[in-house]
Design a protein around this ligand. Structure first.
Ligand SMILES: [Zn+2]
Length: 133
């Protein structure tokens, strides 16, 4: 199974390069490119669209494989680092997707006001017959 990979367009690359140069949201390592969250875990969006997480317990980063996980980290970045340009990376809702039962399609868990863990903030879940990545 391949790590999940967002499709970063040249246009977005230009926007992100500018953001990176203006703000302290990058890393010196050319691979670990934009910091998505630096709270409990450090997550980085790589230039080629993967997300790598450092949980603080190990030296090795781990790649994100599940679409919902990747989208959750992206939503954290939009919220906490205020990078709304990243929203264009989110996958479009498939025709047969179902509203997420946990957040009722909103993408946020209302009681604790955080990004829905189940759908990653998308508000929908892929239907089974479409298959998983
Ligand atoms: Zn949800």
């Amino acid at each position: 199974m391949e790590p999940y990979r967002f499709g970063i367009t040249d246009e977005l690359l230009t926007i992100l390069e500018r953001l990176r140069s203006q703000n302290d949201i990058g890393s010196d390592d050319p691979d670990f490119w934009i910091a998505l969250s630096l709270e409990e875990d450090a997550a980085f969006l790589t230039r080629d669209g993967r997300i790598i997480i450092y949980d603080g317990m190990s030296e090795e980063g781990r790649e994100v494989y599940e679409e919902q996980d990747a989208c959750r980290w992206l939503h954290y970045a939009v919220d906490e680092q205020n990078i709304p340009d990243l929203l264009c990376l989110l996958p479009p809702r498939p025709r047969f997707a179902q509203d997420c039962d946990f957040c009722r399609g909103v993408g946020r868990e209302q009681e604790i006001d955080t990004i829905c863990y189940h759908c990653g903030g998308l508000g929908w879940i892929r239907a089974n017959e479409e298959g998983r990545r």
